[in-house]
Write a protein that binds this ligand. Structure first.
Ligand code: DLL
Length: 427
């Protein structure tokens, strides 16, 4: 019997840097021509920047193109930025966002194949094999999570259990009865599964792989889920605008950064203030250009997600695609309290270092007369006091937020992505 490859698309996933650059250049030329010819909004953006498709010759020329962002997608709601005729659109997903008009992402048949290819690479990278029972728990609906994991699982030949979110008792029963080996979800659902199993003193012996994403995922939380469920945990990345979950990539079993599928996307990391590139290793905003999508390829899309380049060298797993640090948070998630800048992820990382602390927390930013103060509410086992929490945060972040300690399970839970940060304006 031949051994099953660890790759879904070995030639692409292990292509040399020169080959990747050559593919990117060819595809960039094609995609720039496509968006310019097919959509007046793109044409206007190019014209305003004084750039024409024929100016773009190599992947490096991407910097000559105009940036795009959520705003222009919202202004062109629902489909004014589409680059194909309506009758070629076969599916759509949408991100609601917290502010007003949603962003719609249309797909052609070939876009669905592209999504499935990227997601299938992620499943194989995690070690999923054809026929593996794969429980998909993100929502099947306008959110891209459920369908993306479904399209990819089909392409990877997995046994799909399309559970959708919620009803954790039923999820556990399904996983036990069907011998689920691969469990996928938003990060907070991985936490929920772990908590319910612990409460019921149960385990899922067949479960080996957890693929979680859509929310900031601290290293401490990854370790906790990995040891709590006794599985290998993967951090999967993607967004509505890139075409959904897994399109951008995931970390591999070496867990040394998120591999981004560079034959599909050109990446840049820029200084969010100046828009200029930052050096490898330096944190900045991730910008991507879709190279292979048809219905709505994004050109230099500013994601607002902050990260840095870990390496462009071949990884221990054999893949050559660039590796990025796990996402720190969104540009607009940075909190400034008493002159200290920090991200919710740092609070999570610190809290999880306190013995007896639970997995749920709330960060409440109170603004009074333009001055911010922050409260951190946590869940914890008996014995953990507010003073212990305050002291740990003071040592890690340099200021001491007040807050309350709730019993385990005492803070509200939401379905889907967890809301951790709340803003209260007092005056
Ligand atoms: O959250 C896609 C997804 C679904 C990824 C399921 C993983 C699992 P959106 O709703 O459009 O799409 O939200 C995209 O979520 O810009 C990041 O800010 C955040 N995000 C996504 N994955 C991660 C991750 C889906 N692995 C936005 N780590 C992105 C941190 C993530 N943040």
């Amino acid at each position: 019997m031949t051994e099953l490859s660890k790759f879904h698309n070995e030639p692409m996933e292990t292509a040399s840097r020169e080959r990747i650059t050559q593919i990117q250049s060819e595809r960039l030329r094609a995609i720039v021509g496509h968006v310019y010819e097919s959509n007046p909004i793109y044409r206007r953006l190019f014209d305003e920047k004084g750039v024409r498709p024929e100016d773009i010759r190599t992947a490096e020329d991407v910097v000559r193109l105009p940036f795009t962002g959520k705003d222009i997608l919202r202004e062109s709601y629902p489909l004014n930025m589409a680059c194909v005729p309506r009758d070629q659109i076969v599916e759509m997903h949408m991100s609601s966002g917290s502010t007003g008009t949603p962003v719609v992402m249309p797909y052609t048949r070939s876009d669905l194949d592209q999504w499935a290819e990227c997601m299938a690479r992620c499943y194989r990278m995690a070690g999923a094999k054809p026929g593996d029972p794969t429980q998909i728990t993100p929502l099947f609906g306008l959110f891209n999570g459920g369908f993306g994991m479904y399209h990819g699982a089909r392409a990877a030949g997995l046994f799909v259990i399309p559970a959708g979110p919620g009803n954790t008792a039923r999820q556990i029963r399904l996983a036990r009865d069907l011998k689920t080996r691969v469990f996928t979800g938003v990060v907070s659902y991985g936490i929920r599964l772990m908590e319910v199993l612990a409460e019921e003193k149960e385990s899922l012996p067949d479960l080996e792989i957890g693929i979680f994403g859509a929310e900031v995922f601290s290293d401490s939380m990854k370790k906790k889920i990995s040891s709590g469920l006794d599985i290998d945990v993967f951090d999967i990345y993607g967004m509505t605008e890139s075409g959904g979950v897994g399109t951008l990539g995931m970390d591999c079993p070496a867990h040394d950064g998120i591999h981004i599928w560079e034959d599909q996307y050109i990446l840049e990391i820029i200084d969010p203030k100046t828009g200029e590139p930052v050096d490898d290793g330096e944190e900045g905003e991730l910008v991507f250009t879709s190279l292979t999508r048809e219905a709505l390829p994004m050109i230099r899309f500013r994601t607002a997600d902050l990260t840095h380049v870990i390496s462009r060298d071949r990884c221990k797993c054999g893949r050559t695609h660039i590796r990025l640090a796990p996402i720190t948070g969104r540009r607009d998630d940075m909190l400034i309290v008493k002159g200290v800048n920090f991200f919710p992820k740092q609070i999570e990382q610190t809290l999880l270092g306190i013995p007896g602390i639970g997995n749920n927390y709330q960060i409440i930013v109170e603004e009074e007369d333009g001055v911010n103060s922050v409260r951190v509410n946590v869940e914890a086992e008996p014995g953990v006091t507010g003073y212990m929490v305050e002291k740990a945060l003071k040592e890690a972040l340099g200021f001491s937020p007040k807050g309350d300690v709730f019993p385990l399970g005492g803070l509200p839970r939401q379905e889907g992505k967890a809301k951790r940060v709340f803003h209260n304006r007092i005056k």
